[in-house]
Write a protein that binds this ligand. Sequence first.
Ligand SMILES: O=C(O)[C@H](O)[C@@H](O)[C@H](O)[C@H](O)COP(=O)(O)O
Length: 238
Amino acid sequence: MAREQLSEPRFNWNGFADRPQLAAALAGQVAALLTNAIAQRGTALLAVSGGTTPAKFFAALSAIPIAWDKVTVTLVDERFVPPSSPRSNAGLVAANLLQNEAAAARFVPLYHEAASIEDAAAADSEALRSLPWPLDVVILGMGGDGHTASFFPDAGNLDELLDPASRRIVLPVHAASGGEPRLTLSMARIIAAGFVALHIEGEDKRTAFNGAMGPGMKKPIRRVLEAAPRPTEVFWAP
Ligand SMILES: O=C(O)[C@H](O)[C@@H](O)[C@H](O)[C@H](O)COP(=O)(O)O
């Protein structure tokens, strides 16, 4: 199925007829990018988002035979819950991505027990510092309010989260709209990736995305796409 491609200054729109076709195309592109990164530098670093959208994409990617033993997978963000929680993004990735061929990948979580989420974020930044930065591939999601990662519009430290010059790797987030406290990669780490994709599905998300790209107060997703040095590849299906 030829895909409709519309390019805008800050993103390229890749529309698909249905969600299985999107999942196959995104998985194929990510697998190729990871393989290229391994060829270039002997390793590849992938960060994925959680939520309800990515499961089909994760399943498609998990089945593709690349050198997964040279791939490190981490999260764009995480709810402050243990992996056994149904709200855990690490649990979602373990059940859907780190299976089949991709079971050989190394997974670096964001959540671990700590006295506070601030302590967890500081410990994460130390633990993740030794990863082979920059990210080769980042897969973002988006909420209907225009948040991405855990950059919620009502986050108390939103400007810190979205500081393009931040030296932090992981930051804590307290935002009523986000539910549990969150741990998130800083925007600075996300936009430094070689490839940034935004994976959204359904008419509501397309409407929310178009609204976020329009005039008016800049939603977090727009601030990320504007700060990124390269256009973001938006993958959408109805
Ligand atoms: O932890 C999370 O929830 C994600 O990282 C978050 O940024 C997600 O991508 C959006 O909220 C969309 O979530 P859905 O896919 O459930 O719509």
